[in-house]
Every structure is written in C-alpha cells, then in structure tokens.
Design a binder for this molecule. Structure first.
Ligand SMILES: [Mn+2]
Length: 288
C-alpha cells in the first residue's frame, strides 16, 4: 500500500468497533493505516471486529484482514493494553469470557477509568436490542420488567446460537417499525444511558449501531465509536481524559481503492483459508 495520509498521534485510549473483518464492506486498508499511525496505552475492541456469522455464509478474507489482526496482536506484544469485547457478529468469543489470552483480555464488559477519574462502562450494545424492541411496553411495565427483559435477551441469544440460528437483527426489524433512523438512534442512546445510570457510572462507550457520537444524556456521557464499514471512525481519549471522535476516512481523503485491485488481492480460496487459520493461530499463541 502506498504511503498516504497525515501522521497520526498518541492517545491514552483508542476505542474501535464494528470493523466486520471477513466481509467485502470492511475498510481494512484504512483501519490498518489508522493503526500504523496512532498509538495508545489502552486499546479497546468494542465488538463485531470479525464477522464470524457472515463468513459462515460467504467466505471473504483478504491479506489486509490478516494484517489488521497481526497489527492488533503486535501492539499487545509491544505493551498496549488490549481488550477484546465480543459483539453479536463475533459472539462465538463470548464462550471464552472473561479470560486472558496472554496480553489480551476478553470480556463481555469492562469498566474504563478515564485520566480524570470518571468510570465508563465499555460494551458492544447488542444486549439492548430486546429492550428497544419492546421499549413502549417496558416503559409501562416498569423497572422489574426491564431487568427481566435484559436477562431474557441474553438467554434467548445463547439458545438461538446453540440451536444454530442466525442473529435476529434489530436494525432490520426497526426499519419496518420505527419511522426513521434518527428515532431509532435516540431510542438506543437513551436505553444505554439508562442502564449506565442504573449502575452508578459516569458514562458509557459502545458501538453496534454504526453511528459515532459523543453526547450528554441526562448527566450520562454517551460515546459511540462508530464503525469501519462506512464512516471509518474511532473514539479516542486524550491524556487529560477528554474524548474525541476521529474521522479517519475524512483525514485520508486522497485514498481510493479501485474495485479491480481489491478483487486481485482476493487470493484463491485455499490460501484464503490458510491465511485465516494463521491469524487464528496467532490468537492461540497468546495463550500462556
Ligand atoms: Mn453489533
């Protein structure tokens, strides 16, 4: 890949999610460029990094996808504190939570303490899908029903997975139910902020809805780190505890990836498989 883009910088923390490695939509080259140029003490992978369930249907894996994984693991080896939080597209990793693979911590949720001493809940966000689906009904039924719904949602998803069914997509469901995307996003924001308040925390960092945002919601700081399919965004924490969204695609405007070039990069299926297995083996090598 040719040299492009301005130089990056050093942050206290970087949060990334919804990369969807293993799908044609993943902007792996841009992410690789971001990872090469930006360093941090903490690196959080906030879910849907590898799109395992899409890959079960259609295999898509390029060299750049391997490179992203290798780059992440190399950062961990060199001292970056790496946290892997599974999402609904890579939920197979939830079978291993909480655990530590060498330098990488795998967990459903993590509490991140900012440089200025605030406590942030870090999680993917898909566990609120059920709550959002029944939002109106739950508002009437009250707090207890809400807790039951959260528990049911988790139980339902484990059962569905064990039975080999695909993930039920909230966004697909809401396309018919909710008038527009804005309404859905604000419903998601509010649900996540409510849960954060219930737990007595200062803020929350999540992904899942592919919409980067930093916003105050009734005293809770809500941060969403966006995605690497469309917007190519990362959430960063500066050394004074201030959060910011980095729009890497805007920073790297010049860069274009002609479709033919991508196709040429797609090697034959056996070597794709081999590359993928090698990446997974790198994960395994981290086991102490
Ligand atoms: Mn998700």
């Amino acid at each position: 890949m040719n040299a492009i883009s301005p130089k990056g910088r050093r942050y206290r923390s970087i949060f990334l999610s919804d990369v969807h490695l293993g799908t044609p939509g993943c902007k792996a080259e841009l992410l690789l460029d971001f990872l090469k140029k930006n360093e941090s003490e903490y690196l959080y992978l906030v879910g849907d990094i590898i799109d395992v369930w899409r890959m079960k249907r259609a295999w898509y894996w390029r060299q750049a996808h391997n490179d992203v994984i290798q780059k992440l693991l190399r950062k961990a080896r060199k001292g970056t504190r790496l946290y892997f939080i599974p999402g609904n597209h890579d939920e197979n990793f939830r079978d291993f939570t909480p655990t530590r693979f060498g330098k990488m911590v795998v967990a459903e949720e993590v509490i991140h303490k900012t440089a200025d001493g605030r406590n942030f809940l870090v999680l993917h966000g898909d566990k609120f899908d059920g709550v959002i689906k029944y939002a109106k009904w739950l508002a009437v039924a009250g707090d207890r029903a809400y807790s039951v719904m959260l528990a049911l949602n988790t139980w339902f998803n484990v059962a569905r997975r064990k039975l080999g069914f695909q993930y039920w997509s909230l966004s697909a469901y809401l396309k018919h139910k909710v008038k527009n995307a804005v309404e859905y996003i604000s419903l998601f924001n509010k649900t996540v902020a409510d849960e954060t308040r219930r737990r007595g925390l200062d803020g929350v960092i999540c992904g899942h809805i592919h919409h980067a945002e930093i916003r105050e919601i009734d005293g809770i700081t809500y941060c969403n780190d966006g995605d690497w399919v469309e917007s190519c965004t990362a959430l960063v924490e500066h050394f004074d505890g201030r959060f910011e969204i980095v729009y890497w695609a805007d920073i790297v405007k010049k860069q274009i990836f002609p479709r033919e070039q991508l196709e040429k990069e797609c090697v034959s299926s056996s070597s794709q498989t081999l590359g993928f297995l090698r990446s997974m083996a790198s994960f395994a090598r981290l086991i102490p």
